[in-house]
Ligand binder design. Sequence first.
Ligand code: CLF
Ligand code: SF4
Length: 490
Amino acid sequence: MELNIIASSCDDGSAPSCGAGDTGAAASVRAALPAHIQKKIETHPCYSDQAHHHFARMHVAVAPACNIQCNYCNRKYDCSNESRPGVVSEVLQPEQALKKVKAVAAEIPQLSVLGIAGPGDALANAKRSFETFKLLSQETPDLKLCLSTNGLMLPPLIDELCAFNIDHVTITINCIDADIGQKIYPWIYWKNRRIRGRKAAKILIEQQLLGLSLLTERGVLVKVNTVLIPGINDHHVAELSKEIKKRGAFLHNLMPLIAEKEHGSYFGLMGQRAPSAEELEQAQQACGVDMKLMRHCRQCRADAVGMLNEDRGAEFSLDKIAEQDIDYKQAQVRRAAVQKDILNKLKPEYCESVHSNTEISSNSSRLIAVASKGQGLVNQHFGHATEFLLYRADADSVQLVGSRRVSAYCHGSENCDEQQDLLEQSIACLEGCEAVLCAKIGWGPWQKLEAAGIRPSSDHAMERIDAAVAAIYKELNQQQQTCAELSQLA
Ligand code: CLF
Ligand code: SF4
């Protein structure tokens, strides 16, 4: 049997087996994308799971206000539609945002996308958002522009939005049924009036769906985010996925609800629970029948800076960049060279991975965790990992299915057996995984992982993740087969 490694971002639209931008959708919906779409997503870390190993994004928090209320949101914090609740961003004026973007782009040449994702709603603050996009399109034209919105103001602002060459828009749509919507949105502010209950939800949903259609008709790539809320919209997301696909959405991103009591949101205070990892995966499977799914979202904050798995915002606060005078022309030259180099390296790697096949001996699927610092490699020490990427391998494919955050337990390179509580947390977060791949691991954690039924491996250190996962999948199958043969002999 053959194992095709499913990756994303391919150079050549002509290759039919290149599922560019494929973020782990079911095989039935994978198809070759036109070359111009591949071009749009090849450096976007959210739209291509391959790109997220290599390219960075940045948000500028220029949009403080919001025009709706979500029950999982407390306005003291950032918009939870696109951000992790519980953190507050430094709100910027457009000119300050431009200065910060130049500073970050000069320091992080892999920065490819600039997004506005709050801390409120980008289009509830249209003047500030558009002013920021205008400055950026003039002064930093080598950055892709991206926007995230609850969608209420999309239809009336569609022409202005498209005038800024914004290729990527995210709309958070949690349901297409107003009866469900009234359990999520207590009110909206619409045409100078506050509207409540079912009527509010109905207007919001109509505007979101109309906005989605208008954007896709204009060739904008639209990602739909849906906050998965057990008991409220979990039974409904597959129907939602069908509808957004019909309207041309490119990607669907199911985000688990985060509603802690201390965040002070209605759901948090009412004890609304978050979905379990299994419930999230089940919902992804139901939606994945129809839609390409994003499975590597980190629910980042409205002032996030860096690769998706890192948060370098604190390095670029206004006080730290105040004295900097960036020569952006010079920075642009370096950025172009670095990004070209990444893409050149990715092209052969990707096509090789797509076309390479590995003999395997079982049809069972296995969940494998990977500690990675980026670049698509198994290159992180187990004890330094703050998150693990989760891959599901089966007879046909290796697919990224998500990520889980942990606190890194090892703060010194010498002694990996310290801080047992955090080690226990790391092991607990790997529940359901059969193996964990990392660059290095101490003997203590190795034993604990084995005792928990998880096979640690540093044999594939610095290998490409997809190839390493395929290899460990094969090793686990062989091990299982050997055990079965031995037990028959006994
Ligand atoms: Fe930002 Fe969003 Fe654009 Fe990405 S984030 S506006 S599409 S550039 Fe990305 Fe962050 Fe998930 Fe958003 S990982 S929360 S999906
Ligand atoms: Fe909060 Fe965002 Fe919802 Fe507005 S759209 S209420 S900022 S989560």
